[in-house]
Design a protein around this ligand. Structure first.
Ligand code: DX5
Ligand code: ZN
Length: 245
């Protein structure tokens, strides 16, 4: 092989390795924007077009809103094969979060602001068979939690104030995404960075460029005439923004 061709072969392998090191884009529609009397139909509507179903659990204490809990997650688990991404906006997650893992949730994310010992809870979640996720709300700095990231599979960065769907995306939150992604890369962590709030056609690329690789979208998916098509469009935009250029 000529030096030039060998050089090209090495380059090709390097590009392939770089691409392999980047996790696939995750699109997670939030059921909060679906019809709560038709959750199974909402799941079916995006089957094959999405990776996770985002389930917002709110307890009327950690956030003012109130949504659903374990019985509904149990029914959803039986009704769909799409992995469930449970986002617990609740107080006392140490008491409640492992129950969601035991019900078969794929990923269980609790809020840093509500947890006394996030690392211990992450261990419990993993022991119960789920991925462990840490969420930080709008007013919480990410720097306080960087040292804990090796204990987690997912870091959820709120791009709104937690509690309600349909709010406007806050671009300044992407600084936290950049900080977390830089930290994760430096430490060779396999960490999903998920953004949640106001993710839509006009905001997803900026979040992807900042280093997010999992995208929650409520209104942008379930507010669309064709939710599966809306999810595919979001994925295409995220993939385009994440591809090396
Ligand atoms: C709000 C929830 C979000 C919400 C996002 O606290 O965590 O998951 O459903 O809704 P949109 O995508 O409409 O901003
Ligand atoms: Zn959420």
């Amino acid at each position: 092989m000529s030096g030039l061709r060998r050089g090209f072969a090495t380059y090709t392998v390097r590009v392939a390795q770089f691409q392999a090191a980047q996790a696939d884009t995750v699109i997670a529609p939030s059921l909060l924007a679906a019809d709560f009397a038709r959750l199974a139909e909402a799941a079916d509507a995006v089957e094959g077009a999405v990776d996770w179903l985002h389930v917002d659990v709110m307890d009327n204490h950690f956030v003012p809103n109130l949504t659903l809990g374990p019985p509904v997650v149990k029914s959803l688990k039986a009704a769909t094969a799409i992995p469930l991404d449970c986002h617990l906006m609740i107080e006392d997650p140490a008491r409640w979060a492992p129950g969601y893992a035991e019900l078969g949730a794929y990923n269980v994310t609790f809020h840093a602001e509500a947890a006394a010992d996030p690392a211990a809870l992450a261990k419990d979640l993993r022991a119960a068979g789920a991925k462990a996720g840490l969420a930080i709300d709008r007013d919480t700095p990410v720097e306080d939690y960087l040292d804990l990231l090796p204990e987690f599979d997912t870091l959820l960065i709120m791009t709104i104030k937690a509690g309600f769907g349909g709010q406007q995306f806050i671009p300044a939150m992407l600084d936290k995404v950049r900080t977390a992604r830089t930290h994760a890369r430096a430490g060779h962590l396999e960490l999903r960075i998920e953004v949640d709030g106001g993710i839509a056609d006009d905001t997803i690329a900026a979040a992807a460029e900042a280093g997010a690789d999992a995208f929650v979208a409520g209104t942008a998916v379930y507010g669309a005439d064709d939710p599966a098509d809306a999810a595919r469009r979001l994925r295409a935009r995220a993939d385009a923004a994440r591809s090396p250029h």
